[in-house]
Each structure stands twice: as structure tokens, then as C-alpha cells.
Design a protein around this ligand. Sequence first.
Ligand SMILES: Cc1cc2nc3c(=O)[nH]c(=O)nc-3n(C[C@H](O)[C@H](O)[C@H](O)COP(=O)(O)OP(=O)(O)OC[C@H]3O[C@@H](n4cnc5c(N)ncnc54)[C@H](O)[C@@H]3O)c2cc1C
Length: 464
Amino acid sequence: MKKKIVIVGAGPAGLFSAYKLSENNNFDITLLDRGRDVDSRKCPLERTGVCDNCNPCNVLYGTGGSGCLSDGILNLRPDIGGDLEELTGKADKAIKLVSVVDSIFLDHGAPEKLFIGETEMIEDLQRKAEASGIKFIQIPQRHIGSDYTPVVINSMKKYLEKKRVKFVLLADVNKIEKQKQGFTTNYTQKNTLHKIDSDYVILAPGRAGSSFLMSQIKELGIKTQNQPIDIGVRVEVSKVVMKPVIEVNRDPKFHIYSKTYDDFVRTFCTNHEGYVMKEQYDGYVGVNGHSMRDIKSHNSNFAFLSRVTLTSPVEDTTSYGISIAKIATVLGGGKPIIQRFGDLRRGRRSTTERISRSNIKPTLLSATPGDIAMALPYRIVTNLIESLERLDNVIPGVGSDSTLLYAPEIKFYGIKVKVDSSMETNLSNLFVAGDGVGLSRDIVNSAATGILAAEGIINKEIKS
Ligand SMILES: Cc1cc2nc3c(=O)[nH]c(=O)nc-3n(C[C@H](O)[C@H](O)[C@H](O)COP(=O)(O)OP(=O)(O)OC[C@H]3O[C@@H](n4cnc5c(N)ncnc54)[C@H](O)[C@@H]3O)c2cc1C
């Protein structure tokens, strides 16, 4: 009898779990995702965020998850986008996992080109950064491009289907029930309730599945711990401003400690010649960014985020982040807020007229000119202003008056599910992987945790 495994979520974490498990013929693997298949996303503008008519497809992800809609930058380091060494307890294992994930992406069409930068240029940037009290983190990167990520994901899906992995799409999982032996997964598809029994479950619902995950954590008694969140803005500048840094690193990461509060501020997810996009969540909006290999803008954007940790007696960072996002959504009339950095610095709102006078033409048209200082807490705004001014010493131009800021950009890692080194929870045979359960923050790390969960199941089966 084959052991039955249900995987919830077909993002990188779920896909790579299936990938690893499919090497073993003794498993019957079903991947459930509430989104659509990548083939059905006909309109490329849906992914650029420049088309207001479409229902933004990132409300429902589908095969490939949010990773499939993303810029597809593969950060090839085990300590960026997560901490694989901490999870596995082994440095060499962490490095190996990154190379396994990379080679699978390469097998399915990720470009050979690796951005590693010239040593001299790296040192020059490090020197400039250190002179301003900023840490520059060098990362080898591969760039798939949001126009090619669906192609790579489709190739993986076809491969997995050949290996008899069953994909069930538009399947909204509402409940996991613990049985004497294994689990029953309940999902709704086309208004019909389905139930599927399995020996193992891997939960990999990404951040979009947070409300589903929270309900299951409560009902099943899954143990968790709180985590910090990152709150801030998406910064958009002319592409020439970012060009010298992009030549060193495709997605340059700078770590800064703010002057007034000594809070951690970082750059994240740089999209050179890319687009800012709106994200629609349940009850609020957010911003993000992406870039394509073939369609390019005149701008570059990156996330600029300030870390928030809450300590006893109130530690619920997720609720805090959602409250802020909701205030920003009210202030933006249901759209993200856009403001020139000069206006924020001077304590005045941006208007349509002021934005139109800016040297930079916004790539996200569906944003409301306003005052970010009225949406984000004072401490965060102070951290962002101070740190962007400091970053201007390393990347001249990012702190200019005409730099555009979009809010809110919030990265939730609020809840982290407690796991052992094989990603098994306190519930026997219930494994977790990816961003939604707080184990990762990028494609490579989420995929790696998926592999770890799969290996956990394989090892359990070997022992039994
Ligand atoms: C716009 C954007 C750009 C990004 N750019 C990059 C980048 O360039 N490089 C990088 O490394 N990372 C990037 N990221 C982050 C990256 O996409 C994520 O870290 C990664 O996709 C996380 O993988 P995951 O499998 O954990 O979750 P996800 O990719 O979010 O997948 C989770 C899946 O679970 C499904 N799901 C959720 N709940 C349910 C449910 N109840 N029932 C059924 N299915 C469910 C969802 O539909 C989704 O398909 C970006 C993210 C976004 C949004």
C-alpha cells in the first residue's frame, strides 16, 4: 500500500516537497491549491500591476504560488530569506539544500547567468556602505523574470504530473481533521465539499493562507512562537540611480540601524527596470514590486522596511501589522498611498499635481497621493526617513526629493510554527514548510524547507 501524502499549497514550498517525494515510488501525492493554473493567466498585465481592469491575480495564487508571480530572483544563500543552518543545525546541509534547489530551477529553464559581481566593485560598495555605517550583503543571484517564472513552473508541473503527482486546483482547503491514523483534509471545489484521507499532511499555504493557517493552529493545537514583522514602503527611483549598484548585485541588500531608535531597517526585493504593484488582501491593500526580462520600465524599485518586535505582555505582531495596513488602506481610499520623499520630509502630503511634477513617473497608477506619515507610526516613519537619507551616501539619488514612496509594504512573519529539524510539528505526521508558517521569506528558502519536510517523511517511513 502506498502511503498517502496531502500537500496544501502549490507554491515553491509545496512544489519542492512534491518534487522530493516524487523520487520515491511508494508515495501517493496530492497537491491542493485554491488558485488557478499558470496556463490560465492569459493577461501578462495582470502580473505587472499596471492594468486596473483585471482582478489582480495575486489574490489567488495557484501552481507556483506567489513565487510564480514574482520577479523570480533566486537568492542563492542559506541565510537570506530564512536561516537554513538554524533550521537544520548543519552549515554544510544548508549550503547543499540551496544548490539542490538551484539545480532543479536550472533543469526547468532558469537562466544559466549568475549575478555575482566583480570583486573590486563589491569591495568598493562595501567600503562606501561601511563609511556610512551600513552593511552591504553580497549574494549570488539568478534572475528568472516574472514573465518567465510561469514557464519554469509549468515545466516543473509537467514533470511532477509525469511522476504521478496529482494537482487539484481551485481547491480551497478549509479544515484538517486529525484521525486515529493520519488526517482528513476538507476542501471546497466549485461549491462542493470534498474530503481526502492521508497518512501525512504538509501545510505550505504561504502568507496568503495565514487566516486558514491560524484557524488550523487553534483547532489542531499546533505549537507556535511569535516573530517580528517588517513595516515600510516601496521606494521607486529612476533606473539610472540604481544601475551602479545593480551591476554589483541584482537584488542588493543593505542593513541599517536607525539613528534615533537603533531599529533594524533593510532594503529588500529590488526590481531593476521593474514595476510597483498593488497587492489585495482580505480587507486591506499592500504594495510589492516585480520586473520582467522582456518588458522593462524606466524605474527601479525596492522595499525599505523597518523591523518591529513586540514583547510581553502583547506580542501579536500580525494584528499590529494588519491594523496599520488597514489605516493606510482607509487613507488611500482602498488603494496604496504614494508620496514624494521630499513631501514626506517636509511634513506635507503629496497631491496629484506634485506627483506629476516629479522627475519620476510612477509605474503603479492605481495609488492615491497622500501622506504616509498619517498612515505609518511615527517611529517607523522616522526610521525610514533617517535611513533613506543615509542610504543616499551609498546610492546617490535614492534620498532625492522626487523619490517616490508607496505604502504600506508589510512583510508578515508573525507566527512561526515550532518544528524539529525535519519540519515536523508537535502533531505526529503533520509537517509544515514555507513562508506562511514562518520558516522562510523567499523562493529558495521556502523551496528548501519543502525539501526538508519531504525528507522528514521519507526518513520516518524508512524507520517505520
Ligand atoms: C510580488 C512578489 C514578488 C516576489 N519576488 C520574489 C523574488 O524575486 N525572489 C524571491 O526569492 N522571493 C520573492 N517573493 C517571495 C516569494 O514569492 C515567496 O517567498 C515564496 O513564494 C513563498 O513560497 P511558499 O510556497 O511558502 O508560499 P506561496 O508561494 O505563497 O504559495 C502558497 C500557496 O498556497 C495556496 N494556499 C493558501 N491557502 C490555501 C488554502 N487554504 N487552500 C488551498 N491552497 C492554499 C496559495 O494559493 C499559494 O499558491 C515575492 C513575493 C511577491 C508576492
